[in-house]
Ligand binder design. Structure first.
Ligand SMILES: Nc1ncnc2c1ncn2[C@@H]1O[C@H](COP(=O)(O)OP(=O)(O)OP(=O)(O)O)[C@@H](O)[C@H]1O
Length: 345
């Protein structure tokens, strides 16, 4: 039995010419214990989907179930088993963190220890005693996460859970998600921050303008989108006729000559070693090479038409240093061999 299942789930707001189709014909299955990333740009329909799963809004068409319970007919059974960190939650400024946790534990019929919940989200007892009106945005987000965990939920629904968190807070949140999944909790994680989804999710669904564009693992998405990483090889002299040759290398999708070198796009990482070796064997001297990894943003753009062809500089694995490209003689072998070993890995 899937933890979450939707069939033809559709939500239209308004009527006639004014109608907004927030979600259209969503067929989705999330397995028990899976961490599922629900990705999409603003307005894609992520929050609408979550609202439908919890019966906060009714579908225009279609149906959904959570842990086998129909979201419309067995709403209480669903809500008893789901912990939610909503987007844009409201807390009572004058009440303490502890008060909020006690309320969350009571309302979810849980038996969690408030101190243990605080510790899990990286807050301490002093924080718990303070009124939440004094909390920073990140502390509020942590408290809301603790409240979502208060009933020891079988399904955890997180709507943009990293809003307001600093890098340490994001890491804590990601570790929490992983720990929850290891104990069998299903996590439905909605976000438009692609890197965070990649860090924790087993599979990702991309929603765009109310429609589910694709569902796959990150690796699967890379292959389907054909968004390759790029190898840029600087050469001195002409390599003879290697370019046509290189397109025949398995996993290579494109080869072109540019001012800064030979650009080779590949979808299979094993291709890069073959390409570099072939160029080393050619008539030209390989001076240097850079590897520009395809980012999740590239994938997202490929599926939704959003964004640009931005590649992450931070992910570059460069053979050159801050002083520019190192000259590497073919006969010398040493430095280039070291880099080739690196690229072979
Ligand atoms: N109550 C409502 N009445 C009318 N339109 C709505 C309502 N709620 C959502 N919408 C519209 O439905 C579409 C989907 O909105 P939704 O909030 O589900 O997107 P989202 O993916 O969660 O976006 P975000 O990342 O910005 O939170 C948007 O066009 C939004 O304007």
């Amino acid at each position: 039995m899937p933890a979450i299942r939707t069939r033809g789930l559709t939500k239209r707001y308004g009527a006639g010419d004014e109608a907004v189709v927030a979600l259209e014909d969503l067929d989705l299955e999330v397995a028990e214990g899976e961490v599922f990333g629900f990705l999409g740009p603003n307005g894609a329909g992520k929050t609408t989907t979550i609202d439908l799963l919890l019966d906060f809004v009714r579908p225009s068409e279609g149906s959904a179930s959570v842990l086998g319970y129909d979201t419309q007919d067995e709403t209480d059974a669903v809500r008893d088993r789901v912990g939610v960190l909503p987007e844009g939650f409201d807390l009572w400024n004058r009440s303490s963190g502890y008060r909020h946790l006690e309320f969350a534990i009571d309302s979810q019929n849980g038996d969690a220890e408030p101190d243990a919940l605080l510790e899990r989200v990286g807050l301490d007892r002093d924080d718990g005693r303070r009124p939440v009106g004094d909390y920073s945005k990140g502390m509020l987000q942590r408290l809301a996460m603790a409240m979502a965990l208060a009933g020891d939920p079988a399904v955890l629904v997180l709507d943009e859970p990293s809003g307001g968190l600093d890098p340490h807070g994001i890491r804590t949140m990601q570790e929490l998600v992983r720990t929850e999944a290891e104990t069998g909790t299903t996590v439905f994680f909605s976000s438009h921050i692609l890197g965070q989804v990649a860090a924790v999710c087993d599979r990702v669904g991309i929603l765009d303008d109310g429609e589910l564009v694709t569902v796959d693992t990150i690796e699967g998405l890379r292959e389907t989108a054909g968004v390759g990483s790029r190898l840029v090889v600087q050469v001195a002299g002409e390599p003879g006729e290697p370019l046509a040759d290189l397109t025949a290398v398995e996993g290579v999708t494109d080869v072109s000559r540019a001012e800064d070198g030979i650009h080779v796009t590949y979808t299979d990482p094993r291709a890069k070693a073959t390409v570099v070796h072939r160029l080393v064997e050619s008539d030209a001297a390989v001076l240097d090479f850079d590897i520009e990894e395809a980012t999740l943003e590239d994938l997202f753009a490929a599926f939704t038409g959003a964004g640009t062809d931005a590649r992450s500089g931070a992910e570059n694995s460069s053979g050159g240093g801050p002083d520019g490209p190192r000259e590497t003689e073919r006969e010398d072998g040493g430095a280039l061999e070291a880099e080739l070993e690196e690229v072979d890995r």
